[in-house]
Write a protein that binds this ligand. Structure first.
Ligand code: IPE
Ligand code: IPE
Ligand code: MG
Length: 241
């Protein structure tokens, strides 16, 4: 499909990261249970992936479940895990048809066994796809990722594979879950909250940030396009003048 009006093809963000927030408040506003908001949020994911594919975005990281989210009521956590598994089962044929490659970051072994199996099945089945790479952040926490990275660095040093004097920001990046992906250029958060909530703290050092007021289930393809238009108006300076 042709690019939406006003979007320049030479300045598409390579990597967009999204904090998909506001599912619970969206449901509550209509007098429904929170889980209904999560279900509607899954449909918004499909629209977001499609919009990224339309624009030729290479990587889309979606914050789907944080390490802190395990503290939510057991019933909500269980419902989210069931929804994740169903989402993966239902989406696989669409991902294959739309050339989407699935990847995941986080402490994936925390997930229920059946979720892990479905996740790995989808990752495997889409591994040769060449469209957008959708990276699900699951049981993800940036501080936990950095701790895991430090452990991996220390192991390399103690085994004699790495000299501590050789540790640079690039070397640290290579020890994070995101080592195969470039840093996000654009970070979008819905529901008006202006915080990172332990998401990609290291990687978003120079990401442009767009905060949308609407709740995640109301996210439309046009919201992705508009966020990219806003991004294209920014002057990225990386500390230079
Ligand atoms: C985001 O929506 C989805 C997850 C964190 C899993 P929330 O569930 O945080 O919804 P609000 O922010 O409470 O409205
Ligand atoms: C961040 O949203 C996590 C996800 C979107 C998965 P939260 O709703 O958990 O974050 P806080 O509690 O508002 O900071
Ligand atoms: Mg929230």
């Amino acid at each position: 499909m042709p690019l939406p009006a006003d979007i320049r093809s030479d300045a598409i963000p390579r990597h967009i990261a999204v904090i998909m927030d506001g599912n619970g408040r969206w449901a509550k506003a209509q007098g429904w249970q929170r889980i209904k908001g999560h279900r509607a949020g899954a449909d918004a994911v499909t629209r977001c992936v499609e919009a990224c594919n339309d624009l030729g975005v290479e990587f889309l990281t979606l914050y789907a479940f944080s390490t802190e989210n395990w503290q939510r009521p057991k019933s909500e956590v269980a419902a989210l895990m069931t929804l994740l598994e169903r989402f993966l089962k239902e989406q696989l044929s669409r991902m294959v048809a739309d050339n989407v490659r699935l990847q995941a970051i986080g402490r994936l072994t925390d997930l229920p066994q059946s979720c892990q199996e479905e996740l790995h099945r989808c990752i495997e089945a889409t591994s040769q796809n060449t469209g957008v790479t959708m990276i699900l952040a699951l049981s993800y926490g940036s501080r936990e990722e950095i701790v895991d990275g430090i452990r991996s660095l220390l192991r390399n040093v103690s085994e004699g594979h790495l000299d501590s004097a050789m540790i640079t920001p690039d070397v640290v990046s290579k020890h994070l879950y995101t080592r195969y992906f470039p840093d996000p250029d654009l970070l979008i958060r819905t529901s008006g909250e202006m915080r990172l909530s332990n998401f990609l703290l290291w990687q978003c050092s120079y990401a442009e940030i767009v905060i949308l007021q609407k709740f995640w289930p109301d996210f439309q393809k046009e919201d992705l396009y508009q966020s990219v238009r806003d991004y294209q108006k920014r002057q990225r300076r990386f500390g230079a003048v």
